[in-house]
Write a protein that binds this ligand. Structure first.
Ligand SMILES: [Zn+2]
Length: 426
């Protein structure tokens, strides 16, 4: 007797399989016989492991317009607005906004999130709030917190000290922002310092790295070197890496093998990078997305991150990782069927690998978390940004939604429209 049985769904690789769940684990797959307390018929629908977001800012989410909107649309105005907001936002307000966002995430099948938490202010209210949110959502969302010195590790008096304090309070991951330090040299030193801290404490590290259009911002080189030196491998990630878009091709031909050698991963954030970067350009205007396909061709794990929803940096956002992958697909021109399927894997499997999630997947013994989508395959899910018909987290159905077919009133045409259409399998 199983607790839950998902019948006849199509998995991302195209196989049709039942999934039987007992407690919080997948107990059987394939053709499953036997009873279950609850049965969901997923025939013809896509059953996927849950969506994962490896780059987010939950301390700032849903604060759009506070204290005012970002009029220039630039990264720097966003940072300055946030500098005001973090001084007036209370712990309770941050918790309430983050919990609302987590409701959205749960409904979209987004069940693991790595969020950077600003450690700049000495009061560390953001850290306090996010630790509480992590505890409250633990039953349905896995939250990883990054100690993020937004205003620089060395650029403020207590920048470094506060990162250490946050780690001591229980924050999981070491963060940094080398391109925001006063000089290139101090940026490079921050990479050496933070990788050492990460190695000594046995923690993962995820750095906002070279989020600039300046082709001479080359901190990713130092990051890769230090990751190799300390053997951090896949426990290290470089977020954004947008300067790589503007770098000289010859230099990049040396850089990519160094990143690959280190084993570190990369997290571009296409919704934000396409919006914030290139703001100093007239025309031609740079796209501001890092070299995704080129990194993947070197065997580097690249995931898509969301970064922001309704905050000082981004005025939109829905907690839908298919939106993120959809934008990434366009900006990186990943339009071959294999590349489109890759984009879906980037917001599921690849992101799970970046976050080091255990028991992630749809095999027997894995954690029983999954999402059922109103789509026939991953590419169709991307095209439609498909509805999440059901979301299961750790063995429990936490969200349901009915199909959203339109009802047509046209002579000699079908009565309903779903917009699903067979597309060639990759
Ligand atoms: Zn960020």
């Amino acid at each position: 007797m199983f607790d839950l049985l998902i019948k006849g769904g199509t998995l991302p690789d195209g196989t049709v399989s039942d999934i039987a769940i007992a407690g919080d684990r997948i107990a059987a797959t394939g053709r499953v016989e036997g009873d279950a307390s609850e049965v969901i018929d997923a025939t013809g629908d896509l059953v996927s492991p849950p969506f994962v977001d490896p780059h987010f800012h939950m301390d700032a989410t849903l604060s759009y317009g506070l204290p005012r909107v970002n009029a220039s649309g630039t990264l720097l105005e966003g940072i300055s607005l946030w500098g005001e907001l973090r001084e007036i936002a209370t712990v309770d307000e941050m918790i309430a906004r983050a919990l609302t966002y987590c409701d959205w995430a749960a409904s979209m099948g987004l069940l693991a999130i790595r969020t950077h938490v600003d450690t700049t202010p000495d009061h560390l209210r953001g850290v306090e709030a996010m630790l509480e949110v992590k505890r409250r959502v633990a039953g349905y969302i896995d939250l990883q917190l990054v100690a993020f010195p937004q205003d620089g590790l060395y650029r403020t008096k207590t920048g470094r000290e506060n990162v250490i304090r946050a780690l001591d309070m229980g924050v999981d991951v070491v963060g940094g922002i080398p391109h925001f330090e006063r000089t290139m040299e101090e940026g490079a030193e921050s990479m050496r310092d933070l990788c050492r801290i990460s190695a000594e404490r046995g923690l993962m590290i995820d750095v906002h790295c070279d989020e600039t259009d300046d082709p001479m911002s080359r901190h990713v080189e130092t990051l890769a070197r230090e990751v190799t030196r300390h053997g951090l491998g896949g426990r290290a990630a470089g977020s954004h890496l947008t300067s790589m878009h503007s770098m000289d091709n010859y230099y990049v031909s040396k850089l990519l093998p160094l990143i690959a050698e280190s084993g570190m991963t990369a997290i571009p954030n296409p919704l934000i990078n396409i919006t914030l970067q290139g703001r100093h350009d007239t025309y031609p205007k740079r796209r501001g997305l890092t070299r995704v396909k080129e990194m993947q061709a070197h065997g580097i794990t690249v995931g898509w991150g969301q970064d922001c929803v309704l905050d000082p940096w981004y005025s939109l956002g829905t907690a839908d990782m298919l939106d993120v992958a959809f934008m990434g697909l366009h900006v990186a021109q990943m339009t071959h069927p294999e590349e489109m399927a890759r984009c879906f894997r980037m917001v599921t499997e690849d992101n799970a690998r970046i976050m080091g999630l255990e028991g992630y997947g749809l095999n027997k013994g894995d954690v029983a978390s999954l999402v059922i989508l109103d789509a026939g395959n991953p590419t169709e899910a991307l095209r439609l940004r498909a509805e999440r018909l059901a979301v299961v987290s750790k063995g429990k159905v936490i969200s349901r939604r009915s199909r959203n077919d339109a009802r047509l009133a046209l002579a000699d045409r079908p009565g309903t429209v779903r917009r699903r259409y067979g597309v060639p399998k990759p």
